[in-house]
Design a binder for this molecule. Structure first.
Ligand code: ADP
Ligand code: ZN
Ligand code: ZN
Length: 773
């Protein structure tokens, strides 16, 4: 695989050096950006001396190498070291950047696998996986430590030295450990010159070390009361037994815990982790970023001494500190969003992915990996079990747990169909919006929902209202000429934000003023249509005067800590009605919530996405799960224009298996995942003809390659993407389906590695895409 580099000076080399070059100790490197190949460099003797570990070339460290014709020095990742036979002499490694390996051999294997699977150069994967705070060693600095060698200490009295140097020797002789250069100078009352003079004579030794600039307190330093494991019910015990069996087998296995909301899944996997920790290993728990609330984290703090929480707002310094503590084996449980799957645990015992169906486990920038797939690969390599937990598993996961899947690929399935304490599932009712619109006043809240809310207020219960759109009005229109307020840079409607009095594009954040008259026909009657959370809030305030209300969406949650504050107030009963976007749909556990209202269940149903029904089912089921969590009971009202839609009917009946039974056959008929592999190419650029011409020729090349390789491939497009313009770029996409992923990868990699992008056109390839817009 490694490409031999071209050397400019080959012909000038003396004979003897050519001979020597035939067998050399070489480092194979990959570049974090730019060149995509693997390159070999000779390792000079001084960088291959194990007595000096700080300057040892080793896989997993970054090194400096001369690159290209100009021999520009670049930093590259060393991925292998070994003896190479070569006829051409290799250029030499210039320097070692990292004093220790950043990436373990296991992580090198995993990132290489990712590089192949996601068609991303290995160096780019490494750069995406090693946090920048770790690469930059944030929060530490290098210091020079000075010490006195024993042979010198034994004869200090015999030394004839100038007074300043003598003072330095005396300071060092009186110190039990090496001192920093600065401290020595301070104590001896001199500059660093006498120390350097002594070093040159070999009378003192210096070494460079990296120290933490400030040893921070552990986390927030708050103490948390320890909780004991709960006595498990029958379903939980059966599930834990199955997980324990996997843990004891010493091999990799994936277990799917399918349990309704509130069935006690979390308690089960916490007890599994306790077992893993008891024999000295570490566990990684992945949760969606928005579920990383103090409540979630608190449940781990109650049970484990040493946890590290990795979320996207960590400073570089904290991230680096966690990384080092994890790598040193000081952490028992790593809890984090998708990138925590790369945590450098030395003895991994278990990986858990909670809410495994969540789309946030897919990364939408390079490397475009899915944390679930990476987790499967990592646990397979490290021979440990993987637990996936969800009330609404993704169909990809669900299918893998079915008997028709070959045994060696099959996930084990544990079902927990009942809530803890025998609590019933909440009663779910639909409200047909077609009837509502014909009968009553226009508002976001139907009459049945309003009545239920009044009753809940009277009974001292709390209400959650879900509306998955932020802003006030979601579109502006002129009724006389049909002008619509669209973003000037994107092909989407602008949303009116009343609090700031501007129109905002939710795709590119462009703001513009609200027109007083229609820009096309100058009519002064512009209509504000569509509901966002701001407008819903205004309606709720007007209708339920005196009630305490708060709103949770991306606009109100900008300030750090606002998320926690809003939820704390709600938990303490200070808020009676909490309304918001999907942020409030997931994972919250508040016993006093006796009513959940879904303002519009159909919002996702008509998107051009084969997962539209699945998304709708997930959202309705998850938000319904926020109620009925105590003996006060709970009910759910789902407003919809399509009460007979299969996904909505199944969600109303809390019937996941029914949903899967309905949905899987149509996936199969269409060859969509889990029955086939999907890939997508998106091209964008300022010139529409260029973008279009490029994607068309790429489409032809892909089709031709499929024919040459004798692989059946279905294609969709090329066509304008659903978001046809974004930030002034035109966007086109092309989708491919093949019976299995290897086939698809074979076709796409053949073409992808050959394409030449025309000037002004950018393109990405997304294998197993989640976002199809
Ligand atoms: P899930 O993860 O399935 O939503 P949780 O593990 O959060 O369910 O459990 C729901 C609630 O029941 C939590 O408040 C939890 O503390 C409690 N719980 C879980 N298991 C038990 C048990 N065996 N006995 C008593 N309470 C339990
Ligand atoms: Zn008009
Ligand atoms: Zn825009």
């Amino acid at each position: 695989m490694a490409k031999k580099q071209q050397s400019l000076f080959e012909a000038d080399l003396p004979e003897w050096e050519l001979d020597a070059a035939s067998k050399v100790l070489a480092a194979t490197v990959v570049m974090p950006s730019g060149a995509t190949g693997e390159y070999d460099y000779a390792i000079p003797d001084n960088l291959a001396d194990a007595r000096y570990p700080e300057t040892l070339v080793e896989p997993g460290r970054r090194i400096k190498v001369p690159f290209g014709n100009g021999n520009r020095q670049v930093v590259a990742y060393c991925v292998a070291v070994g003896i190479k036979e070569t006829t051409k002499p290799l250029k030499e490694v210039a320097a070692v950047v990292d004093k220790a390996s950043l990436v373990s051999p296991a992580m090198l294997r995993l990132t290489k696998w990712m590089a192949e699977r996601y068609l991303t150069p290995w160096g780019k994967v490494l750069e995406g996986v090693v946090p920048s705070g770790v690469r930059g060693k944030a929060g530490t600095r290098e210091v020079t430590l000075v010490s006195l060698p024993t042979r010198v200490a034994a004869k200090i009295n015999a030394l004839k030295l100038p007074p300043k140097q003598k003072a330095v020797i005396n300071v060092l002789a009186g110190s039990p450990r090496p001192l920093t250069l600065q401290r020595v100078a301070e104590l001896a009352g001199c500059t660093s010159a006498p120390v350097n003079a002594l070093r040159k004579q070999g009378l003192v030794e210096t070494q460079i070390e990296r120290l933490e600039t400030d040893r921070l307190l552990d986390e927030d330093g708050q103490t948390i009361e320890r909780q004991q494991p709960k006595e498990l019910n029958e379903d939980q015990q059966r599930t834990l037994d199955l997980v324990n069996e996997s843990l004891e087998s010493g091999k990799h296995e994936t277990v799917l815990i399918h349990g309704v909301t509130g069935s006690g899944k979390t308690e089960v996997y916490i007890q599994a982790i306790e077992k893993v920790v008891s024999y000295g290993r570490q566990a990684i728990v992945l949760v969606p970023e928005i579920s990383l609330t103090p409540q979630t984290v608190g449940r781990f703090r109650e049970r484990f001494d040493k946890i590290a929480v990795l979320h996207s707002h960590l400073s570089d310094i904290d991230r680096h500190r966690h990384w080092r503590n994890i790598a040193a084996g000081k952490i028992q449980v790593v809890v984090g969003a998708r990138s925590a799957i790369f945590a450098p645990t030395p003895h991994l015992g278990l990986v858990v992915i909670d809410e495994e169906h969540e789309t946030s486990f897919k990364q939408e920038t390079v490397p475009r990996y899915h944390a679930r797939d990476v987790a499967i690969e990592r646990t397979r390599n490290e021979k440990v079990p993987l637990l996936l937990a969800s009330a609404t598993p993704s169909l990809e996961t669900w299918y893998r747990a079915q008997p028709e899947v070959p045994a060696q690929e099959r996930f084990r399935l544990a079902s927990m169909p009942r809530r803890i304490g025998g609590l019933p599932m909440p009663a779910v009712q639909t409200v047909n919006l077609q009837h509502e619109y014909q009968s009553s006043s226009r508002g976001a809240i139907s009459r049945p929902l309003a009545i239920a809310m009044e009753q809940t207020l009277r009974d001292g219960g709390q209400t959650i209202l879900l509306l998955n759109r932020r802003g006030y009005s979601t579109h502006l229109r002129c009724p006389s000429c049909n002008w619509k307020a669209e973003c000037a840079r994107c092909s989407v409607s602008m949303t009116f934000h009343r609090s700031n009095q501007y129109l905002l594009c939710h795709w590119c954040d462009k703001r513009s003023e609200v027109p007083q008259i229609c820009p096309d026909c100058k009519s002064s009657k512009i209509l504000f249509g569509g509901y966002g959370t701001q407008k819903l809030e205004a309606e709720v305030r007007a209708r339920f005067r005196g009630a305490t209300i708060s709103r949770m969406d991306a606009d109100t949650m900008r300030k750090p800590g606002s998320h926690e504050r809003t939820l704390d107030d709600f938990r303490e009963g200070k808020t009676q009605i909490l309304l918001g976007t999907q942020m409030i749909a997931k994972g919250l556990d508040f016993p006093n919530v006796t009513l959940v209202g879904v303002i519009n269940a159909d919002s996702a149903l008509n998107l051009p996405d084969f997962r539209a029904a699945e998304r709708t089912f997930h959202l309705v089921t998850q938000v319904a799960g926020r109620t009925g969590r105590s003996d006060r009971g709970g009910r759910v009202l789902v407003q919809t224009f399509e009460p007979d839609n299969d996904a909505i009917v199944a969600a109303v009946g809390h019937d996941y298996t029914k949903f899967a039974r309905n949905e899987l056959p149509s996936r199969k008929a269409m060859g969509y995942p889990p029955f086939g592999a999907l890939g997508r190419v998106v091209a964008r650029g300022k010139s529409e003809p260029h973008v279009q011409a490029f994607i068309e020729s790429l489409g032809e090349a892909l089709t031709k390659t499929a024919e040459q390789q004798d692989i059946a491939m279905q294609t969709l497009g090329p066509a304008p993407a659903p978001i046809a313009r974004l930030q002034d770029d035109f966007r086109y996409h092309y989708q491919m389906k093949a019976a299995n992923r290897d086939d698809l990868l074979s076709i796409v990699s053949t073409c992808w590695n050959r394409i030449k992008l025309p000037d002004g056109v950018r393109a990405i390839v997304d294998l197993d895409p989640v976002d199809l817009m």
